[in-house]
Design a protein. Structure first.
Length: 203
């Protein structure tokens, strides 16, 4: 998917409502990490973070789509939020010399080919006692992206596989569960899918 082309129409009713549910689930798992410094990876237009801006001292939104980040910056200006900053940056190819107390990502990792590489970067970017929150698709058989011919990511993830990946990169106290069931598409052609949240700590 060319995210630059869809940035201006990204915030449809379904995504807006789903983002509220996702943000609420992330909030439930902060467990004392409130008012800390956070980063959202693959932030898109910021739907998740704008629902969480009161939970953190500062949030950095990172996305490799220039148009998505332009939308974020317009929103920041329009609603006068002073604790959100944004950065158009490809973290999969480059490193960022910044550190955070919380890193979270929603519906972004299944677009990343090398999960081991990006989770290793997350670990290195977290402060001691930091927390990683991942929200993504449960493993499925390719139906979610069946109409996107250029999609070369993952068809969701096995929670067991993701847990083992995070453990291999040093994360501890890992827990996960499915919290959302939804449909993509219209009526008879709608595709059912579910989302999990995975929480992992850096000691």
């Amino acid at each position: 998917m060319n995210f630059d082309k869809v940035a201006r129409v990204w915030d449809d009713e379904l995504r807006i409502e789903r983002s509220k549910i996702i943000a609420k689930e992330i909030k439930l798992n902060l467990l004392g990490k409130e008012n800390s410094v956070a980063m959202e990876f693959g932030a898109g237009t910021g739907l998740i973070s704008f629902n969480l801006c009161n939970e953190f001292g500062n949030i950095t939104l990172i996305d490799n789509s220039e148009e998505m980040i332009k939308v974020v910056r317009e929103k920041v200006k329009d609603i006068d939020v002073n604790n959100i900053k944004s950065c158009c940056y490809d973290l999969t190819e480059n490193s960022l010399d910044e550190h955070y107390d919380v890193i979270y990502s929603s519906m972004a990792l299944h677009h990343i080919v090398d999960i081991n590489k990006i989770t290793s970067k997350f670990y290195n970017m977290l402060n001691s006692q930091g927390r990683l929150c991942i929200v993504d698709l449960n493993e499925e058989y390719g139906s979610f992206h069946k109409n996107e011919v250029e999609f070369d990511g993952h068809n969701g993830f096995s929670q067991k596989w993701m847990k083992e990946m995070l453990e291999a990169n040093g994360f501890t106290k890992i827990k996960s569960y499915t919290f959302y069931n939804g449909k993509k598409g219209i009526e008879d052609n709608a595709i059912e899918y579910s989302l999990f949240i995975m929480i992992a700590d850096k000691e």
